[in-house]
Design a protein around this ligand. Structure first.
Ligand code: PGA
Length: 288
């Protein structure tokens, strides 16, 4: 477990933030922040795939190649927890490739059979963790759990990929209230200065796993991005909260990736099914 060289990265991040605050360094720092921000994030959510460690290694090596050949993209692979430690030994942490967990416990220590804590996932290499995915919510992860996990992950220095999304649309706009409530609840007591550790993934449940390029268009995604930003501003009463990275997820495939990312004006995408098919994933990364 000697490989915990992460504090160094944290320190660098903090430095650049503090430079932003000091008047003398504003120019350099803001340029740096801007270039980091414009990098698209492509998250590969492998879900409960593939079926063996041998296949996971193969898929990871193919994905690693795609990430290495990409430009202006940060690829984050979220494999099943059980593969994390093996896979993190196959890469060097870089600005083009990172790995994350698909879940973690709300608890820090104790008798929690079957779960893994934030510090445990971090110790096997997770720099990111998906929280609030609709599939986890459907299995019982509550809004309260989501909020709790976010606090635990932040304490460990893990970046949270917070999934939000409505089950269905309605003409009265109730789904917007639902999304707003999800954001309010997830970010309860999360300080504005911690928003750099949070990425929000808008994933309408009705679009997940359909594999249909026409399920949603860039314009609609953009409307939701604006709504999420507006909600963040409402919570934090600070324009800087709107700089939080926002991803789109749900049936991202090679055919719609460009439109969703560019017209949708998102900071990247969360890819399920297509992340298991290297050719498709490569095309999505290329579309960023
Ligand atoms: P999908 O999954 O790309 O297969 O729709 C996305 C997700 O569930 O995160």
């Amino acid at each position: 477990m000697k490989k915990i060289a992460k504090p160094a990265k944290k320190a660098v991040k903090k430095k650049s933030v503090s430079v932003v605050k000091s008047k003398s360094g504003i120019k350099t720092a803001s340029t740096k922040v801007r270039s980091v921000r414009s990098k698209k994030l492509i998250v590969a959510n492998w879900k409960m795939n593939p079926g063996s460690i041998a296949d996971a290694k193969k898929l990871f090596l193919a994905t690693r190649e795609i990430a290495r050949n990409s430009k202006g993209v940060m690829t984050i692979v979220c494999p099943p927890l059980v593969y994390l430690d093996t896979l993190r030994k196959l890469y060097t942490k870089s600005t083009v490739l990172g790995i994350g967990a698909q879940t973690m416990s709300t608890e820090r220590v104790g008798s929690v059979t079957g779960e893994c804590s934030a510090s445990q996932i971090k110790s096997v290499g997770a720099g990111y963790v998906i929280v609030g995915h609709s599939e986890a919510r459907a299995r019982g992860e509550s809004d309260h759990d989501v909020n709790h996990k976010i606090h635990e992950a932040i304490l460990e220095g893990i970046t949270v990929i917070l999934c939000i999304g409505e089950g269905a649309r309605d003409d009265d706009g109730d789904y917007l209230t639902f999304i707003r409530n999800q954001i309010f609840s997830a970010l309860s007591q999360v300080d504005r200065t911690k928003l750099g550790s949070i990425i929000i993934a808008y994933e309408p449940i009705w679009a997940i796993g359909q594999g249909r390029a026409d399920i949603i268009d860039g314009h609609e995604v953009h409307k939701m991005v604006l709504f999420i930003k507006k909600t963040l501003r409402e919570i934090y009463k600070d324009d800087r909260a709107m700089q939080t990275k926002i991803l789109y997820g749900g049936s991202v495939v090679p055919k719609n990736a460009k439109e969703l990312m560019h017209e949708g004006e998102v900071d990247g995408v969360l890819v399920g099914g297509a992340s298991l098919r290297p050719r498709d994933f490569e095309a999505i990364v290329a579309a960023a």
